[in-house]
Design a binder for this molecule. Sequence first.
Ligand SMILES: C[S@@+](CC[C@H](N)C(=O)[O-])C[C@H]1O[C@@H](n2cnc3c(N)ncnc32)[C@H](O)[C@@H]1O
Length: 288
Amino acid sequence: MPEQNQGVWNTQRNRPDIRLGFDELNYIIKIIKEVADFDFSHYAASSFQRRVYRVLEIYPFKSVQELVNRLRTDAQFTAEFIEEVTVNTTELFRDPEFWQEIRDSVLPSLAQHRNIHIWHAGCSTGEEVYSMAITLAEAGLLDRVKITATDINETVIKTAARGHYPERLFKLYDNNYRIFGGKKELSDYYKIENGSIRMNPELLANVKFRHFNLVGGEVFSKFDLVLCRNVMIYFDKVLQDQVSKLFYSSLFKYGFLAVGSKESLIWCSVSHKFKTISNDNKIYQARV
Ligand SMILES: C[S@@+](CC[C@H](N)C(=O)[O-])C[C@H]1O[C@@H](n2cnc3c(N)ncnc32)[C@H](O)[C@@H]1O
């Protein structure tokens, strides 16, 4: 974990009996790199620390060494640990104003292309992908689109491809869709079976899910629109900079990049290569 993060430790301690300082976190990061080849060294220190404390709340390890021993010997646990540490929170039509902006400011420009290529980087359990598919369907563009949806976490990708969500979430999702101003009822896009909401699989007709690690990730295709929302917030500035360069290189001329509401491109080394389409909704367009 780089020097710059040393001053930002979160003081909230769920396990006051276990110290998770700079040395302990670096030790855990080193072991995960060894056993799972996953590099957390450029994740934002305070949130990484908070997530590890969360794991320590769930699993009754008595010490960091006990946690590390388990990471060394139990691949299944290591996978669960990585999933727990990489936050998966998402929603259908999360930040409805963002989706209004996509519909009103971005899609009219994309509609001029014969084929439209979209990348959801860090798609989590897929709600963002379904939101996009619905927005495109309502704009009459779904047939012309190829969507690639990626995440580091294989489990969330499976959930995304299945498109089954707990029914209890749909009050929130319905409300988001209403604020967005969708043309139909959200329930027109799903059916309810055995207490779960099942998204219409036709929405995924042009969607490909795949595993992709943004850490060290290389350009694998070109896109008209890249969405990477609420992912870089967990990265430190060095990694945010690397990833924003990757996104710039993955965009066609005048392609769009959308990040999360608490994220920004302003200070990144590629910032001058983008113009801001919406500061509130964090949508940028590559200048060339
Ligand atoms: C908070 S969710 C964001 C979901 C969605 N984009 C949204 O805004 O609602 C963050 C996602 O980023 C993924 N992620 C974290 N680190 C990653 C990495 N190095 N490469 C790819 N995805 C990563 C996590 O697995 C998680 O699914």
